[in-house]
Design a protein. Structure first.
Length: 659
């Protein structure tokens, strides 16, 4: 069932930016609620572009992230980059409208494909647009035009090695060529713009309650109808998805089984390939992967859309993950894959904002450790596929520097998605005041704000430093109360790792180097030298037989962290560490106690709705004609299928729009 208008839980800021549909004064009947009226009225690119070019001195615009770029004038179709050599991937956009924007009129394809796309979105049973005759007729026209352009390019001496072709969101293709070849190709009359493809970077408990999603869940709104995203398809363009996570199972812990809008057993992407059907279910109805990404796996992992980084799973779970009960708060394990280390804290019930929505994952980003970036040609292909798959909402937690929207292939592809009735939420980035991404007026650009929930460790301290010889200096006892970390407690003998030739605890110790009643003092080291992960140092000490671990900072300016240690341990300050080292040199049989503590969950409403320090912010550096960012949403320390401190505000708003 789909609602006739955006739920009242969406904030007034959405209405102020013209993103939400106007609500009628009368409540809808149940039959009315079965018909979806698009939240967006189509924006014509030409009208908005006219407004933009009339209000901006384009000679002053800059494209962030380029190399010594010469600024393009409105009529230019290529931006030359000084000092750039060799072959690169370029995006070639043609002038003829893509499928999502085509309103009909050509003799070879008279029927509007935009109408067909919108009709498919309004239907309670989705079908692939790849089987729609009007859509395929127009796609054939576009593909013929693309082939003609490639032939004309060859006549100009430009041999085009096509990587991807686009028809739904973009009319064009990506190809490898030199800058000189790209410039020559841009001179063809059929070409709208040519740009070099640039790497772009991946940029969510109480979140749903904080933004008011419960009013939609319970029917406490002007509709009077309970709604949790049933029948809505959320498309996530990211690193893939953890297909085995319970957040994406067919049935959540609330007992609700999500219905497949395509029909039972009908999937898209990898799941439609024989032998890979198990990746999908009636909730996760598509997992699309692309060879430009999976070809880098080189046998390391199966070449499918499984998430080997975590970011995509986190995003998908925030937007539309299932209701889950009694969820333990876990942190990553060191040096191995697994289900994480249980901290002992239980989160109770968690869910995505639209827990009964369907999900399709589009793997457009590389796994961390391979190439920590996302591929622009693949992003364009995924937007094409998302339109064809009939998604209702797209989440794009990815950015790579702002360009004028009307010359950026990705932004224009999202305009086509918008024309098709799809809501697109994009992260503005996490570069604070330095720069922001996605200033296009047809996108919902989301900044990250805080919420009321925090998770922190209880007080951690050291106590009872005793010795048969010299006592620990009383003037330095206060340093021992400035500790961080999460662990059990222990009282034991203090030993110094430097006495074993391994001051920073980087190398493996010999087996049984330490006794179970010994606490090993290690130095943290520096970021670029003498350093490995803090918890990894504790792991080496534990494997050598020690019962406790202390990590002291190498500089006063280094922060302390609430790491979850695999044995009783603590992170202490530079001053505390040096005091212990000096004391140990003169003490006889020095003993110390690491007090036990645990993770704690706190709710403080006064901490909510503050712009995160890392969140990018406006104004736009290329287009000043709209409010930017569009809004903020909780995006700090969001607990979802892959927990990490990254900006995850826009998935929350994707869930909101699903409601």
């Amino acid at each position: 069932m789909k609602l006739t208008r955006v739920s009242a839980v969406i904030s007034a800021a959405l209405y102020a930016t013209g993103v939400a549909a106007a609500a009628s004064s009368s409540a809808p009947t149940l039959s009315d609620a079965r018909v979806l009226k698009p939240a967006y009225q189509p924006i014509k690119a030409s009208a908005v572009q006219s407004q933009a070019t009339n209000s901006i001195d384009t000679s002053k615009l800059q494209s962030i992230g380029g190399v010594n770029q010469i600024i393009a004038q409105p009529k230019q179709k290529f931006v030359w980059e000084n000092g750039l050599s060799g072959e690169h991937s370029y995006i070639v956009r043609l002038k003829q409208q893509p499928v999502a924007s085509y309103t009909g009129g050509l003799a070879d394809a008279p029927i509007s494909t935009q109408a067909a796309i919108q009709a498919n979105q309004l239907s309670s049973i989705k079908t692939s647009l790849k089987r729609n005759s009007a859509v395929q007729q127009y796609r054939s026209v576009l593909e013929q035009q693309q082939t003609q352009v490639i032939s004309k390019a060859a006549a100009l001496g430009v041999s085009v090695e096509v990587e991807q072709r686009y028809t739904y969101a973009t009319n064009g293709f990506s190809a490898r060529m030199t800058q000189e070849q790209a410039q020559r190709l841009s001179q063809l009359g059929e070409v709208e713009f040519v740009q070099r493809a640039k790497p772009i970077q991946i940029s969510t408990d109480v979140g749903p309650q904080h933004i008011g999603a419960e009013s939609a869940w319970l029917g406490d709104n002007d509709h009077g109808l309970a709604f949790k995203g049933e029948g809505i398809i959320v498309g996530v363009l990211d690193t893939g998805i953890n297909t085995q996570h319970p957040a994406f199972a067919a049935t959540g812990d609330d007992g609700y089984t999500v219905k497949n809008p395509y029909g039972e057993g009908v999937y898209v992407g990898d799941c439609a390939i024989e032998g890979f059907e198990h990746l999908c279910n009636s909730k996760l109805i598509g997992v699309r992967s692309y060879s430009d990404i999976t070809s880098y796996y080189d046998g390391i992992a199966p070449e499918n859309g499984e998430d080997y980084q975590g970011h995509g799973s986190h995003v998908a779970g925030t937007a539309a993950g299932n209701v889950l009960h009694q969820v333990p708060y876990v942190v990553p394990e060191i040096g191995q894959q697994g289900d994480g280390i249980n901290t002992g804290l239980e989160m109770g019930t968690i869910s995505g904002v639209a827990p009964h929505a369907n999900i399709i994952s589009y793997q457009v980003c590389f796994a961390q450790g391979l190439i920590n970036a996302c591929d622009t040609p693949t992003v364009l292909k995924a937007i094409d596929d998302a339109i064809a798959d009939g998604v209702d909402v797209i989440n794009f937690s990815v950015g790579g520097g702002e360009m004028l929207p009307w010359i950026d292939a990705t932004e224009m592809a999202f305009l086509a998605a918008r024309e098709a009735g799809i809501v697109v939420a994009a992260a503005v980035g996490n570069d604070a005041h330095l720069r922001a991404d996605h200033s296009s007026p047809w996108l919902m650009a989301v900044a990250a704000s805080t919420h009321s929930r925090s998770i922190s460790a209880g007080e951690k301290l050291l106590s009872n430093p005793t010795s048969s010889g010299e006592a620990f200096p009383e003037s330095k006892l206060h340093y021992l109360t400035q500790a961080k970390g999460v662990s059990d407690g222990i009282t034991g003998k203090l030993v110094y790792a430097a006495d074993y030739g391994n001051q920073y605890c980087i190398d493996d110790f010999a087996e049984n180097t330490f006794a179970a009643d010994e606490i090993v003092l290690c130095e943290r080291g520096y970021e670029l030298a003498n350093n490995i992960a803090r918890v990894a140092k504790a792991d080496k000490v534990m494997k050598a037989g020690a019962g406790g671990f202390l990590l002291f900072n190498s500089e006063s300016i280094q922060d302390l962290y609430d790491d979850l240690f695999p044995l009783p341990g603590a992170n202490i300050s530079y001053e505390a560490g040096n005091a212990l080292v000096s004391w140990k040199q003169t003490a006889i049989d020095p003993q110390i106690t690491i007090e036990a503590n645990a993770m704690e969950r706190h709710i403080d409403e006064s901490n909510a709705d503050k712009l995160a320090q890392f969140s990018s912010r406006g104004p736009s550096r290329t287009y000043v004609g709209n409010i930017f960012p569009s809004l903020t949403a909780p995006g700090v320390n969001i607990y979802a299928p892959d927990t990490q401190s990254m900006p995850f505000a826009d998935p929350g708003m994707v869930g909101e729009y699903s409601l």
